[in-house]
Design a protein around this ligand. Structure first.
Ligand code: PEP
Ligand code: MG
Length: 312
C-alpha cells in the first residue's frame, strides 16, 4: 500500500476530507526544476535566488537574472512560483555585498531585506528582472522578502514591488516580532511564508550554524508552534517553507494551525502528500492543539502523533 501511495499519480495536495493544501518545492535555481516536477510539486514555494549571486564579485546581469527566472516560470505553466529576493548576509554571505564593517553577530545584523534597503539598486534590478521574466507568460509569480521585522518593512517591500510592476508581494515570517504581530503586517502584503529555520533560530536565540545547538532548532518546539499560530491566523494566505514543512507529522500540525500551503525539498513531497491524504482537517487541528499543549518538542511530537494514526 505504501508503494502505491508513493508511486501513484501525484494529485494536488489535500487532506482526507478534501481540504486543499498546495504542495510546492523549494529550489535553488533552474537545475532543481526537474526533481521538483518528478516529485509532483504543484509549483515552487521558495526559489532561493542567492545561488545566482554566489561565488562572484559582481552581481549577475539583468539578462542573466531574467533568463534564470523565466526558465523556472516556464516549467510551471499556470502554477505558483514564489521567488524570494536576495537573502544575503549571516549564513548566506555574498562577496559583492559585504556586511558594513565588523558584525559581531551576523545573524542579528544586516541580512535579507535589511541589506536590500541599503542597496536599493540591487533590489530594483532583481524585481525588474522578475517582472520582465513573467511578462507574457501564463505564470503565477509571487515575490517575497526575507528577514522582515515589522509593518514598515513590509510596506517598503510592497512599494518596491508595485514600482516594478509585481502584483503579488509577500513577506517571510522568520523574525519572532513579525510572527507575534503578523496582524500588523498582513494589510501590507498578499501572503506570508513562514521560514521555520530562522524562526526557530531567533525564537530560541540559537545560531543555526552552531551544530552543538541543533536541539534548540527543533521546529516541534511548542514555542515555535506558538509563533506559527498568529501568522497563520492573520487573514492572508500563509505558507511554510522551512524544513518543518517536509516532516509528514509536522506538516499535518501546520495545516491544523491554519497554514495554507507547504513548500519543501522535492524528495519530501510524496510522504507529506500521503500523510495529508490520510488525515482529515479535523485530525490535523486536534494534532495542532495537542502539540501546542505539550511542554517539550518530544512531547509535542508524541502528542500530535496520537491524533495522526495513519502516518506511514
Ligand atoms: C527559513 O529560514 O526557514 C527558510 C526557509 O529560509 P532559509 O533556510 O533559506 O534561511
Ligand atoms: Mg530564512
Amino acid at each position: 500500500a505504501r508503494a502505491s501511495v508513493l508511486e501513484g499519480p501525484a494529485g494536488p495536495g489535500a487532506t482526507a476530507d478534501g481540504h486543499p493544501v498546495p504542495l510546492l518545492a523549494n529550489i535553488g535555481g533552474p537545475k532543481d526544476v526537474e526533481a521538483a516536477l518528478a516529485h509532483g510539486a504543484e509549483g515552487v514555494g521558495l526559489y532561493r535566488t542567492e545561488f545566482l549571486f554566489l561565488d562572484r564579485s559582481d552581481p549577475p546581469s539583468d539578462a542573466e537574472q531574467e533568463e534564470a527566472y523565466r526558465s523556472v516560470l516556464e516549467a510551471f505553466p499556470g502554477g505558483r512560483v514564489v521567488v524570494r529576493t536576495l537573502d544575503a548576509g549571516a549564513d548566506k554571505p555574498l562577496a559583492f555585498l559585504p556586511a558594513p564593517g565588523e558584525e559581531p553577530n551576523p545573524a542579528l545584523g544586516e541580512r535579507g531585506l535589511r541589506m536590500m534597503r541599503r542597496h536599493p539598486d540591487v533590489l530594483s534590478a532583481q524585481l525588474g528582472a522578475l517582472a520582465r521574466a513573467a511578462a507574457g507568460l501564463d505564470a503565477d509569480l509571487q515575490v517575497m522578502a526575507p528577514m522582515v521585522t515589522d509593518a514598515d518593512e513590509a510596506a517598503f517591500f510592497a512599494g518596491a514591488c508595485r514600482e516594478a510592476g509585481i502584483a503579488s508581494p509577500g513577506v517571510m515570517i522568520e523574525v519572532p516580532a513579525a510572527a507575534l504581530r503578523a496582524r500588523d503586517l498582513a494589510p501590507e502584503v498578499r501572503f506570508f511564508s513562514i521560514g521555520t529555520n530562522d524562526l526557530a533560530q531567533y525564537a530560541c536565540a540559537a545560531d543555526r550554524q552552531v551544530g552543538g545547538l541543533a536541539h534548540l532548532q527543533d521546529p516541534w518546539r511548542p514555542a515555535v508552534l506558538d509563533l506559527v499560530a498568529p501568522a497563520a491566523a492573520a487573514g492572508i494566505p500563509c505558507g511554510v517553507c522551512g524544513e518543518a514543512a517536509g516532516d509528514p507529522a509536522l506538516a499535518c500540525v501546520l495545516v491544523g494551525l491554519g497554514v495554507t500551503s507547504l513548500s519543501m525539498s522535492a524528495p519530501s513531497l510524496p510522504l507529506v502528500r500521503a500523510a495529508l491524504a490520510r488525515h482529515t482537517l479535523d485530525q490535523c487541528r486536534r494534532a495542532a492543539v495537542a502539540a501546542r499543549a505539550a511542554r517539550t518538542p518530544g512531547q509535542a511530537r508524541e502528542a500530535a502523533r496520537g491524533h495522526l494514526p495513519h502516518l506511514a
